[in-house]
Structures are given as structure tokens and as C-alpha cells.
Design a protein around this ligand. Structure first.
Ligand code: BJW
Ligand code: ZN
Length: 261
């Protein structure tokens, strides 16, 4: 029988190394559409999966840059939600926490999580597509109209096109960050997979690595995913509903954790 929420809270209270993997679902309640939600408005003629490729950028850089600038403006207009805040709170409650995200929105950091392994980069750190040098953004973008093409700026060093600092399909993940995420998955005793469709590799392999190494894998998602058959516990619901309740039951209701700051 899967453990109840109270038993899971007890596992959380006494865990040694908590590993949290998040996906787009954790930001959904901040008003940011998930990656596999249909695009809306003027973007609805495109699929996110087709825009997030080096081939799309090569074919139509202004379309892809316009889409990312629109998304960056959207993210900057949103706030972290109760799920981001609960995760940030956990760093003070467990002996060791590794937070791994596939998200590029920066909301974990804005909620106060001090260290975040960003597997797929960040909307806020564009770089040159040719020489990879970082490009300094000069403040929030003017909100482009939905569907608006914007020519990407040029690199001051080599004249190459500036691109979003994210990892597209077919590109490799930052090796050092992936290595740290894989090491954490092998070491953790409790692994929470939150708000991810668990379809995109290598991130989707991390819970499998964790389970193989003996961690208890818990999933929080309102929908089904390929992880349903791996996770020892599937908490069906939204991240902002479930996480604060879990943290409260683990650390705040009993008052017996002994780990309060
Ligand atoms: C809620 C909720 C709420 C809703 N609360 N939940 C092995 C096997 C097969 C293929 C491959 C493989 N290894 C590599 C590949 C190829 C490819 C891949 O995985 N393809 C699959 C689609 C099959 N991977 C790659 O290309 C990666 N590179 C790589 O492996 O390099 C080496 C290599 C290259 C080529 C061949 C072989 C090896 C790179 C992957 C980069 C992914 N990049 C993107 C775009 C980032 C920039 C951007 O944002 O635009 O990252 S794609 C997109 O998917 C984005 C996301 O981070 C990522 C994951 O999506 P996520 O977060 O799971 O979101 P959704 O929308 O899918 O799901 C949301 C979930 O939330 C849903 O389940 C909802 O139910 C739930 N939810 N509301 C909680 N309130
Ligand atoms: Zn350059």
C-alpha cells in the first residue's frame, strides 16, 4: 500500500538528502503556460516543440527571438507561487536539498531557493549563438505583441546572432550541471518529481536513476505521466495545493522536527 500523506510527511521530516526535480507544471499556477499546453493567441499557429530547436532559429531567427522575448516579458510579469515558496522553505528544514529544474523562468530563485541546477538554461541569460559569450540584457523587455517577430541583437564581439540561453532539442545540456544532478539522483534518499511530463531526456531519466539507487520516488502531478509506474507515491493534484500541505504536515504541525532554525 502506498504511504499516506502523513507517512510521506514523516519520510520528508527524517530524510537525509532530498532531491527535487521540477518542470513547467510548478509554474503553471503563477500563470505561465506549461510547455505542452497549446500556445495561445497569435502564437497558436506554432507548436512550442517546433520553436525550441536550432533549426527553427536558423530558419527564422526573428520569429524564435520574438517568441522568447515575449515569454521573458510574460515571466517577469508573474510571481512565484506557493509551490516555489514551499520548495524554498525546505532548504531550511532538511539536512541536504538539491533542487533541479527544467524550467527557464527563474521563479525558484525569485522565491528564495539559493541554489538551482538549471538543466535547460535560463530565459534571463541569452548568449551569442556563434561564440557563446554572454549578452548583457538591459532591463525588462518591452512586452512585444503576441506573434511579433523581433530581429535578435548582434554580438559585439563576433557579430553573431544573440540567442536565448536555453537548451533546445538536439543540444547537449550543460555538462557540469547534468553531472551534479545525476550525482544527487544517485545519492538522495527521497526524490520529488513535480509538475513534469517526464518525457524529455536526459532530465526524465533522473527519477529512474534515483529509484535504482534506492530512493523513494514521489510524483506530484494532476495528470498521468510515464513516471506513474515508477513512483512509490503519486500525489494527484497541483503543486501549489499539495506542496505547502506536505511541508506543513512534515515540519509545522507536529513541532517535533528539532530542525527548525
Ligand atoms: C502540473 C500543474 C500544476 C500542469 N501542478 N503539475 C532518449 C530517448 C529519446 C529521446 C532522447 C533521449 N535522449 C535525448 C533525446 C532527444 C530529446 C528528447 O528527450 N526528446 C523527447 C521529446 C523524446 N532530448 C534532447 O534533445 C536533449 N538533449 C540531449 O539529450 O542531448 C544529447 C542528444 C542529442 C540528440 C540525440 C540524442 C542525445 C535536450 C532537451 C532540451 C529540452 N528543451 C526544452 C526547451 C527549453 C527552452 C524553452 O523553454 O523554450 O525544455 S523542451 C521543453 O520540455 C522544455 C522543458 O524544460 C522540457 C520538459 O517539459 P516539462 O517541464 O515536463 O513540461 P510539460 O509541459 O511537458 O509538462 C508539464 C506537466 O505539468 C504535465 O505533466 C502537467 O500535467 C503538469 N502540470 N499543471 C503540477 N499546477
Ligand atoms: Zn559572438
Amino acid at each position: 500500500m502506498p504511504p499516506s500523506l502523513n507517512e510521506l510527511a514523516a519520510r520528508l521530516r527524517f530524510c537525509r538528502h532530498l532531491v527535487v526535480l521540477t518542470g513547467a507544471g510548478v509554474s503553471q499556477e503563477s500563470g505561465i503556460p506549461t510547455f505542452r499546453d497549446a500556445l495561445t493567441g497569435l502564437w497558436s499557429q506554432f507548436e512550442a516543440e517546433r520553436l525550441a530547436t536550432p533549426a527553427a532559429f536558423k530558419a527564422d531567427p526573428a520569429l524564435v527571438w520574438g517568441w522568447y522575448e515575449w515569454r521573458r516579458a510574460q515571466v517577469l510579469a508573474c510571481e512565484p507561487n506557493a509551490a516555489h515558496v514551499a520548495i524554498a522553505e525546505l532548504v531550511h528544514r532538511v539536512p541536504r536539498l538539491t533542487l533541479i529544474t527544467q524550467n527557464v523562468d527563474g521563479l525558484h530563485q525569485r522565491a528564495g531557493s539559493p541554489e538551482v541546477l538549471e538543466l535547460h538554461g535560463s530565459l534571463h541569460r541569452p548568449c551569442c549563438h556563434a561564440c557563446r559569450r554572454p549578452y548583457a540584457l538591459t532591463g525588462p523587455p518591452p512586452l512585444p505583441d503576441e506573434g511579433q517577430r523581433l530581429p535578435p541583437p548582434r554580438c559585439v564581439h563576433c557579430g553573431g546572432r544573440i540567442r536565448p540561453g536555453v537548451v533546445w532539442f538536439g543540444e547537449t545540456l550543460p555538462a557540469n550541471i547534468l553531472k551534479q544532478a545525476e550525482a544527487a539522483a544517485r545519492d538522495g534518499d527521497l526524490f520529488l518529481s513535480i509538475g513534469t511530463s517526464a518525457l524529455v531526456y536526459p532530465a526524465a531519466g533522473l527519477p529512474w536513476t534515483a529509484a535504482e539507487a534506492g530512493a523513494l520516488v514521489v510524483q506530484i502531478n494532476p495528470d498521468t505521466t510515464p513516471l506513474d509506474r515508477l513512483a512509490a507515491v503519486n500525489l494527484q493534484g497541483t503543486a501549489a495545493q499539495i506542496l505547502p500541505e506536505l511541508v506543513t504536515r512534515a515540519f509545522l504541525k507536529t513541532g517535533e522536527s528539532g530542525r527548525l532554525p
